[in-house]
Design a protein around this ligand. Structure first.
Ligand SMILES: Cc1cc2nc3c(=O)[nH]c(=O)nc-3n(C[C@H](O)[C@H](O)[C@H](O)COP(=O)(O)OP(=O)(O)OC[C@H]3O[C@@H](n4cnc5c(N)ncnc54)[C@H](O)[C@@H]3O)c2cc1C
Length: 253
């Protein structure tokens, strides 16, 4: 049965000129459990009908967990708090409401967690995580989960794309993780700015080159808006010859 919760906004921070991080504390629960990569669906006061009001958002923080020494490792302050990373779309009803009306203390009704865009039980393949913009949210959760839980893996490559450097999300944290997490590689593609250390172009250029030689031991995860995801699915399956089962995706719209 669908479980509805109330989340109270406890913190809001700018992540880029068009993107904010929202922290929701779930009322009445000591911990809010979910799998890295899952999403919640919020019922927002932006329409009369249910299908006008519901919007889904990936959870960007790691699942709550306690280390062997009792330290909270949720990266979202407390075990019942989740972080969302939301972009403001021009004329977007929900994102407009969240950016202009929602504030600290605002209560939001939501259901979830839902979704199967999650890590496998045992990570047997190298994971290539490809995203643009806020599509990084589920991947941040997965990467933090692997790091927190010291989950054995075969290499994780995050390929993040945006237009200019000011749109890079979680850059410092991900760069630090690339230094201290063995086997984690972080690539950034900027389509409209030349910047040292970043690829000038699209996310597609990076995996087309790095995984050109077809390998059975790689799984691609794609997350974001239709155009990027459709293009990547076509490249990987049709152009590069990867199996359908090696390509998983989450579409934002
Ligand atoms: C499983 C899932 C997880 C999601 N997770 C996130 C998340 O973590 N963060 C996040 O910001 N969003 C996420 N989304 C998208 C989110 O649910 C909303 O669709 C988004 O916030 C836009 O809603 P809106 O009401 O502001 O726009 P609407 O009023 O619904 O209008 C959006 C319209 O603009 C189009 N559109 C506009 N701009 C773009 C753009 N840059 N790129 C693409 N399409 C555009 C859309 O196709 C649509 O027609 C997720 C969606 C799904 C299904």
């Amino acid at each position: 049965m669908t479980q509805w919760h109330t989340g109270n906004i406890v913190r809001i921070e700018d992540a880029s000129p068009t993107t904010k991080r929202f922290w929701l504390e779930v009322e009445g629960l000591e911990r809010f459990d979910f799998k890295a990569g899952q999403f919640i669906t919020m019922d927002l006061p932006i329409g009369e009908r249910r299908n006008q009001r519901w919007r889904s958002y990936s959870i960007a923080s790691a699942p709550p967990s306690v280390s062997s020494v009792g330290v909270t490792l949720s990266h979202a302050d407390t075990m019942n708090t989740i972080e969302l990373c939301i972009v403001h779309l021009d004329d977007g009803l929900a994102s407009g409401w969240l950016f202009n009306e929602a504030k600290i203390g605002t209560a939001i009704k939501f259901k979830g967690p839902d979704g199967t865009f999650t890590l496998p039980e045992t990570i047997e393949n190298e994971l290539v995580l490809i995203c643009t913009g806020t599509g990084v949210a589920p991947f941040r959760s997965m990467i933090l989960e692997v790091f927190n839980q010291k989950i054995p893996h075969r290499g994780i490559h995050l390929i993040f794309g945006t237009r200019t450097a000011e749109g890079i999300l979680y850059q410092q944290e991900l760069e630090e993780l690339a230094q201290k997490m063995p086997g984690f590689r972080y690539s950034v593609a900027l389509s409209r700015e030349v910047r040292e250390g970043c690829h000038h172009g699209y996310v597609h250029d990076i995996y087309l080159k790095d995984y050109a030689k077809k390998r059975p031991d790689v799984t691609f995860y794609l997350c974001g808006w239709t155009k990027m995801v459709d293009e990547a699915v076509a490249n990987l399956i049709v152009k590069m010859g990867y199996e359908r089962g090696q390509v998983k995706y989450e579409l934002y719209g």
